[in-house]
Design a protein around this ligand. Structure first.
Ligand code: GLN
Length: 294
């Protein structure tokens, strides 16, 4: 029987949640508890410290109990709050979008490196994000490239609504367009940069994923087919066609997939100019190729 949160101080409730999460094997127990308490109180970390000794109201304790129950049932904090920070941008989520991962910031970094290695084109930079989901990669790039315009595609109209709402509330709507299609099938180029975090988990491995992912991320955004590479076969060929000369393709890849993706890029005529970029865990996470004049 866990102690009720009713009548506790903010600090005691935060500690109680941390302890419950820890004893349920949640690695991010401390952070999760802090984020949920902060969300219920509408306070950031500093505000929470200032409020540490005040008592939770009964409404607050009821909401917090509900959040805690959902977290203990395997729902990630980002889903409970409907928000996730990516590249310093606060993004709304929906059931149709992946929760953006910090790993995916590696794609943004490598994409910016690929662009900066080339002189600016005379025209406005054109970027496309294939399978944009919440719009995370596209909007991060637009935030770094004030002169760029971008298109996000997704096969899910619900995901595009979320992405387009994110573009609007972050002020990027004038430079962002969203298109419902399979990969980039409806687009015509040329684009200076094509990016994607496609589904890349092998179908047989989906059942073994953490509850947070398996039960809460959309399957369509995870399942990469029997060998995990189905999406790349389609989108690398499309990107090779859509890229401007000297344009770059940068994709996220799963653990151990970078060699396969480099081979697919080479087979599509793209040149590998940089080694894959590792994420913070040291996993080769982003792979880049460039379309070069013959
Ligand atoms: N990074 C996600 C995970 O490993 C997978 C996302 C994807 O398939 N693109 O949970």
């Amino acid at each position: 029987m866990t102690e009720s949160l009713a009548g506790q101080t903010v600090e005691a409730a935060r500690r109680a949640l941390t302890a419950r999460f820890k004893s349920n094997g949640i690695d991010s127990a401390e952070l999760d508890a802090r984020m949920l308490v902060g969300a219920v109180l509408g306070l950031d970390l500093t505000g929470m410290i200032a409020a540490a000794r005040r008592l939770l109201t009964s409404d607050e304790s009821i909401r917090l109990e509900d959040f805690a129950r959902r977290r203990l049932a395997g729902e990630p904090v980002a889903r409970i709050l409907g928000l996730k920070e990516f590249w310093g941008l606060s993004l709304q989520l929906s059931a149709a979008t992946l929760v953006p991962r910090p790993d995916t910031e590696t794609v943004v970094e490598l994409a910016l490196e690929m662009l900066r290695a080339e002189p600016d084109p005379a025209r406005r930079l054109r970027v496309v994000d294939i399978g944009t989901g919440s719009g995370a990669i596209l909007l991060a790039l637009l935030s770094e490239l004030p002169d760029a315009e971008g298109i996000g595609t997704d096969i899910s109209v619900a995901a595009l609504q979320t992405a387009s709402s994110n573009a609007a509330h972050l002020g990027f709507a004038p430079r962002a367009t969203f298109v419902a299609c399979n990969y980039a099938a409806a687009l015509s180029g040329p684009f200076d940069l094509v990016v994607s975090n496609p589904p890349y988990i092998r179908s047989a491995e989906i059942a073994g994923l953490a509850t947070e992912v398996r039960n809460h991320d959309p399957l369509q955004a995870l399942d990469g087919g029997a060998d995990g590479l189905d999406a790349y076969r389609v989108l690398i060929a499309q990107a090779a066609r859509l890229l401007a000369q000297r344009g770059a393709l940068v994709v996220e890849v799963g653990h151990g997939q970078s060699g396969d993706i480099e081979r697919l890029m080479t087979a599509a005529g793209l040149k590998l100019q940089r080694p894959p970029k590792a994420d913070l865990a040291g996993i080769r996470r982003a792979v880049a190729g460039r379309k070069m004049p013959p």
